[in-house]
Design a protein around this ligand. Structure first.
Ligand code: MBD
Ligand code: FE
Length: 285
């Protein structure tokens, strides 16, 4: 890829992610938190946790002002969704998923878009004619915790391409490229053809990239397929699958890898790989 034409800038992908969040999430959950005592406790303790860091590390005015300046720029870049989903969401998911009996989940991240094209149980994700990357056949069964097939189960998939870029958050990629909503068959089965995604690098030109550079961290997530699995009467499962032996599986900047989510696709003999991964949904609580 040519670095200058295809690269997603922090400002462009940040603006898209912020807009996406406002559309999809704030009406659903933003107004639900109205318990004054709960807000009081959480806000008081979060502020106190910051005070504690300042005292323990004798934070200076220079450092305080650097923080203030950085926080302002995170908003200007639209990188709050990225920052929160990379460094905070995994603990929220850990708490939310603690009692799950079915498949393990992990973070959603900033790049889910609802309403992807509906696809039959055996299908190929929308992709360019010359889409690069190793072909992958991803198949499995969606069931409840007793192994029963779930009528009407839907498997939404979204992923980066072979350059690590997501449609709708990077320029020049068709809207639904490598995004789809696969309807499982009557026995819960699905078989989807796609390509293996590349590792994802957090934009280096925005505020999150500046923090990473200033702290001496790295900016990488391992290659991953995002999944959202839903069925009537069941908890929706949000997960990601990673590739055994892939770069950064052991040191994901977003801390979202779990051993149960690492797949090991095997060669089909036709230049591609295939993997079977079953998905188990908990009953709705
Ligand atoms: C991603 O692709 C992602 O999945 C997460 C969680 C954060 C940033 C980019
Ligand atoms: Fe991702």
């Amino acid at each position: 890829m040519s670095d200058t034409t295809l690269k997603a800038t922090a400002a462009a992908s940040g603006a898209s992610a912020t807009e996406r969040f406002r559309t999809d999430k704030t009406t659903a959950s933003g107004q639900a938190v109205t318990d004054t005592e709960r807000v009081n406790i959480l806000a008081t303790e979060m502020i106190a946790a910051v005070h504690d860091v300042i005292r323990r590390h004798q934070v200076t005015y220079e450092e305080y002002n650097a923080l203030k300046s950085w926080l302002i720029s995170v908003g200007e870049d639209g990188e709050w969704p990225l920052f929160l989903d990379v460094w905070i969401e995994h603990v929220v998911e850990e708490v939310a998923g603690a009692d799950r009996k079915g498949s393990k989940g992990t973070i959603e991240g900033p790049y889910y878009v609802p309403g992807a094209p509906a696809l039959p149980s055996v299908s190929t994700l929308p992709m360019r004619e010359d889409e690069s990357g190793t072909p992958l056949l991803f198949q499995g069964r969606i069931t409840g915790v007793s192994g029963e097939p779930l009528p009407g189960a839907l498997l939404e998939i979204w992923q980066a391409d072979d350059d690590g870029l997501y449609a709708q958050f990077a320029p020049g990629i068709a809207q639904w490229n490598l995004r789809g909503a696969v309807e499982a068959d009557d026995s819960g089965r699905f078989a989807v053809r796609t390509i293996q995604p590349a590792p994802y690098q957090i934009p280096t030109d925005g505020s999150c990239g500046k923090l990473i550079a200033a702290a001496g961290w790295h900016a990488w997530r391992p290659a991953h397929l995002h999944l959202k699995v839903s069925a009537p009467g069941h908890e929706t499962l949000t997960a990601q699958l990673y590739f055994r032996g892939g770069e950064h599986v052991e040191d994901d900047v977003a801390s979202a890898v779990k051993p149960e989510l690492v797949i090991d696709p095997q060669p089909t003999g036709n230049g591609g790989n295939q993997v079977t991964y079953d998905l188990v949904l908990d009953p709705a609580s």
